[in-house]
Ligand binder design. Structure first.
Ligand SMILES: Nc1ncnc2c1ncn2[C@@H]1O[C@H](COP(=O)(O)OP(=O)(O)O)[C@@H](O)[C@H]1O
Ligand SMILES: [Mg+2]
Length: 227
């Protein structure tokens, strides 16, 4: 079976207010897709429910072989190793250098061997085209480089899928396109990517399958071709 993410009849709410109502879709291994929809439509909430950070009212999510709801608390770290998460505001630790930003995640996810840790850090930095920056502070990096670092961090544990929540929201158009290209390259190597955005410019430049959230429903718009 090739499905990395399978969502069936998912409903979620905030404080009694229904946000998603019966959402079903699936993503295959190595697939890159956009998740679009107005601000407040529920994109972030949907993604949070996929990594066990938001309650599910009904329906189910199967992600990287984990089943939600009902996943035991103690299994959540395992799930979060297999699901890479990237945010609009990068969420880097600005009081420490790149090495520490990455080792922090590795240590938190159970890595112990310093040699293996260092070589994995160098590997992921190479994947995002940021070699030779282990000693730098995030402050010394441009916005695009900071997001590349955040993507490298998301790749550390060989995730099967990356959920990227408006990852280009703080970047200029050219840098945004480079970041989308990077996600597409990552997908082509086998890691699925679901990328929330409302930036039609990047979709036009880098077309892919589109899912739209509207009024609690999810619509599969397929691959829209722009003239
Ligand atoms: N922590 C929260 N508590 C209560 N309501 C929230 C919370 N987070 C988001 N919401 C509401 O849920 C809805 C969906 O928000 P969100 O998932 O952030 O949408 P999007 O990511 O598409 O902009 C909005 O109406 C928002 O106001
Ligand atoms: Mg959002």
């Amino acid at each position: 079976m090739n499905e990395i993410l399978k969502v069936q009849d998912l409903s979620v709410s905030h404080d009694g207010m229904n946000i998603l109502n019966g959402v079903s879709f699936s993503l295959n291994k190595g697939e890159f897709s956009y998740l679009i929809g107005k601000t407040g439509s529920g994109k972030s909430t949907m993604m949070r429910s996929f990594y066990a950070d938001h309650d599910i009212d009904s329906g189910s999510v199967e992600i990287c072989g984990f089943h939600l709801p009902g996943l035991l608390q103690r299994d959540i770290p395992q799930l979060r190793r297999k699901v890479g998460i990237v945010f609009q505001d990068f969420q880097l630790l600005f009081d420490r250098n790149v090495f520490s930003n990455l080792s922090f995640v590795l240590e938190a996810t159970g890595w112990k061997d310093q040699t293996l840790m260092k070589s994995r850090m160098l590997e992921v930095l190479e994947l995002v085209n940021l070699p030779h920056i282990l000693d730098k502070s995030p402050h010394q990096l441009s916005g695009g480089e900071q997001q590349r670092l955040a993507i490298a961090r998301a790749l550390l544990n060989h995730p099967e899928i990356i959920l990227a929540d408006e990852p280009t929201g703080n970047l200029d158009p050219d840098t945004s396109l480079e970041i989308i290209q990077l996600f597409m390259d990552i997908a082509s190597k086998g890691t699925s990517v679901l990328l929330a955005t409302h930036d039609y410019y990047i979709i036009e430049k880098h077309p892919a399958r589109l899912f739209k959230v509207e009024e609690g429903q999810l619509f599969d718009l397929g691959q829209i071709l722009f003239e």
